[in-house]
Write a protein that binds this ligand. Sequence first.
Ligand SMILES: NC(=O)c1ccc[n+]([C@@H]2O[C@H](COP(=O)([O-])OP(=O)(O)OC[C@H]3O[C@@H](n4cnc5c(N)ncnc54)[C@H](OP(=O)(O)O)[C@@H]3O)[C@@H](O)[C@H]2O)c1
Length: 296
Amino acid sequence: MKYRQLGKTDLNVSVIGVGTWQFGGEWGKAFTPEEVKGLLGRAGELGLNLIDTAECYGDHLSEALIGQAIEGERDRWIIATKFGHKFPGPFERIDQWSPQEVQQQLEDSLRALRTETIDLYQFHSGSDQVFDQEALWSMLQRQIQAGKIRYLGLSVSSRIDPLYQIQRAAEVGVSAIQIIYNRLERSPEEKIFPVCQEQNLGVLARVPLASGLLSGKYQPGTAFTQPDDVRSRQDQADIQTKLKQVQEIQQNEAPPDVPLAAWALAWCLQHPAVSAVIPGCKTIEQVELNASAADL
Ligand SMILES: NC(=O)c1ccc[n+]([C@@H]2O[C@H](COP(=O)([O-])OP(=O)(O)OC[C@H]3O[C@@H](n4cnc5c(N)ncnc54)[C@H](OP(=O)(O)O)[C@@H]3O)[C@@H](O)[C@H]2O)c1
């Protein structure tokens, strides 16, 4: 495995992390504690040390499965989680952005993760209006002083132009950002990554496999119909367009002797602004293949 320093923090993250939205049950599969333990155990053996989760991947469910799986080995992991929502049920989110509500979420996350401190606590896809609450950031600074958080992060929403929040990131005490970046979605290269490099903000590239479309196993014509898979709720015409692009990339750009998923992750890591990729993983085989991207 290879490691990179996350921006100005002293967190030395593996370039391949583990995305765990999947553990919350919105990706067509429910996970048992044993499965999560096996998956993270293998990730640890391969040198991965970064886990990305959130308050609303299930009602702190993904966090609870992680907390249970890594209990006793907490020190070898860098845990990034998020704040801003309540999870009432699958595919629903209730905004909760007041400092009091976020403080409660922090306590719930610490309990679920069975830890005393969160390494990276990320603002989870909020509007500029909720971002602009001085009282929220000062409450979070107090939690850093109390030892409950090590660093603050900013996971920007894909529904708004993220530039405003990223330009203000260092000012509110944020050390790293998380953004969609993959071979099909390169827009951060233009304005976002230069700001991150200028401010020395760490960058976690999320959705690096374009929700699995860049894994190479889905051909044009594939329909996502399983109702408990988030992809069945996405724009199906857009998915078809992307699958055609992937087919072209596979034919003209990716080397034929490398699995496309590994190539796609290595592709993201070529950009000097990117600290790590956090592919969502559902099986040990996926973890192993994703880990192999570090050597490409
Ligand atoms: N707002 C936010 O902060 C936000 C939003 C989205 C995601 N995230 C974070 O970013 C992480 C990654 O994004 P994502 O999970 O949405 O998308 P992704 O990483 O692009 O795709 C994940 C999916 O790709 C497939 N896959 C993964 N590795 C594979 C392999 N080696 N071979 C074949 N298929 C493979 C799996 O699905 P199948 O096997 O079913 O195809 C998996 O569920 C999330 O888990 C979450 O931690 C954060």
